[in-house]
Design a protein. Structure first.
Length: 492
């Protein structure tokens, strides 16, 4: 064989070998859209990423890869893929991908929701689970929740007597805000009619909106310092304001503890946190407890209020469903006394309404993002190191493979169903699942059920004049939480 031909075949062999070896070591990522150079699929996210990602999953599959700027992003959009991420690989993938907006607050490393799943995080979860969210602790605060629900009804009744309409989201938010503040600080922070109630609502939504919305600083980390979309400029003042408010309350409590020489002045959650600060080996101090309190207020007040507003919106769109819930309450409890938490077992249809609301409108549509610390094999695909992972709970709750007539509001589907929200049924995960499941779930469920029953029992709700159930706007506004774009206003 002549030399040129030999060289040709040898070159051909090594080319084949190189391609084979390259292919064999190349990571098989989940499928996804090709995207554009540099920016990847950023333009495909739109203003409602939960919806656009659900549409992309119909094309590319339930485990999907997107290149968002320089960040590899993996989306799980089915119960099977969610189970892989949140159960099978729960421990490995429990780290957080932290948005730049969240890091703009003081001491961001001390947060609860966004901190990495290390020993400090476990210690914080342990304190929450044993001092705030146990059934025993929740039962001991039952009368407080009853009182807040009664105050909500009184406030609505006053608006009714004045001929005013009711902003459902606003009054529900003020109720939850005062419930959380009573639990932590033993005080009501706001009067439902005050400007401060609206200020708190605006502060919380600013944080949730900017932490959840697509941000170039997250997709091109080298550009963070430029803050091209002004996210830090908008969200940092909201964090600072909350820290100032809570700092004043902490300062007052420390003064009370010093003057009375008592470690526990009120016996509330602030006392629990301050006790931890006294323990030098706990890792807690005054700076690190404020981000925890911010997380509790932001998550605790906003999500339950949003769910209550969505539930009322769905019921006002279907007046026959609203009447069915009210008749159940009247038949089981009457109108002579207020609804109590102990009544909930008698109100299965009300509970079904809340479950159906969370299916269609999960408060956290994409849950909070996880992060892969190293390459992880998921369903024969590689989730690469440092990729961020979202679970599209919104899409999963509307999957026609698991839900009949998935876009319709049908509380009846939960009347005979054993599917629950506690993280075991992956077709229904409004609170997430696994070790990063929402710790406030037990309180949220109790309070949403109680608030909804309390405002339905005494009032015959209707839409404002000129508005019909058919034209009630149900547009979503995306953030870490998914709120109603146009606030729900109704007449009691």
């Amino acid at each position: 064989m002549e030399f040129p031909i030999l060289v040709f075949f040898i070159s051909l062999f090594f080319t084949w070998l190189f391609i084979k070896l390259t292919k064999s070591t190349k990571k098989l990522l989940p499928p996804g859209p090709t995207g554009l150079p540099i920016i990847g699929s950023l333009l495909q996210l739109g203003s409602k990423p939960n919806q656009s990602l659900a549409e992309l999953a119909k094309i590319h599959g339930p485990l999907m890869t997107l290149k968002l700027g320089s960040i590899t992003t993996v989306i799980a959009s089915s119960p099977e893929t969610a189970k892989e991420i949140l159960q099978k690989h729960d421990k490995t993938l429990s780290a957080r991908a932290v948005p730049d907006a969240v890091t703009s607050q003081p001491n961001p490393e001390a947060t609860l929701a966004w901190v990495q799943s290390d020993n400090m995080w476990r210690n914080k979860r342990r304190i929450l689970n044993t001092q705030m969210f146990t059934n025993q602790k929740l039962d001991s605060l039952q009368e407080l929740r009853h009182k807040k629900a009664e105050q909500l009804v009184c406030h609505i009744r006053k608006l009714c007597e004045n001929g005013s309409s009711v902003d459902i989201g606003r009054v529900a938010f003020a109720t939850m805000l005062n419930l959380v503040s009573r639990t932590i600080f033993s005080i009501d922070l706001v009067d439902p009619e005050s400007d401060m109630a609206q200020e708190f609502k605006d502060l919380v939504w600013t944080i949730n909106e900017y932490a959840g919305k697509p941000n170039l600083s997250d997709y091109f980390p080298v550009l963070k310092w430029l803050d091209l979309q002004g996210v830090r400029r908008h969200v940092r003042p909201a964090y600072i304001r909350l820290h100032q408010i809570f700092d004043q309350l902490i300062e007052k409590r420390l003064g009370d503890r010093a003057s009375t020489r008592k470690m526990k002045v009120a016996g509330d959650f602030l006392d629990v946190l301050l006790d931890q600060c006294e323990d030098k080996g706990s890792g807690f101090d005054r700076k690190t407890i404020k981000p925890i309190i911010v997380d509790l207020f932001v998550a605790g007040s906003d999500t339950s209020a949003i769910t209550t507003e969505w539930a009322m919106a769905e019921l006002l769109r279907k007046p026959e469903e609203l009447n069915k819930v009210r008749q159940e309450i009247i038949q089981q409890i009457g109108t002579e006394r207020a609804v109590k938490e102990s009544d909930m077992d008698k109100l299965p249809y009300l509970q079904a309404v809340v479950k159906e609301t969370m299916r269609l409108h999960p408060a956290g549509p994409l849950l909070l993002p996880h992060k892969a610390p190293h390459d992880v094999e998921v369903l024969s695909f590689t989730v690469p190191k440092d990729s961020q992972i979202f679970v599209n709970a919104w899409a999963i709750g509307r999957d026609p493979k698991y839900w009949e007539k998935p876009l319709e509001f049908l509380p009846e589907r939960f009347m005979e169903s054993s599917v629950d929200y506690k993280g075991r049924d992956f077709e229904y995960i409004p609170f997430g699942a696994g070790r990063r499941i929402c710790p406030g779930m037990p309180l949220a469920i109790r309070m949403v059920n109680l608030m909804l029953a309390s405002i339905i029992q005494p009032f015959n709700w209707k839409l404002p004049k000129g508005m019909t159930p058919e034209n009630l706007d149900m547009e979503e506004q995306f953030g870490v939480t998914l709120k109603k774009a146009i606030p729900l206003v109704a007449i009691p």
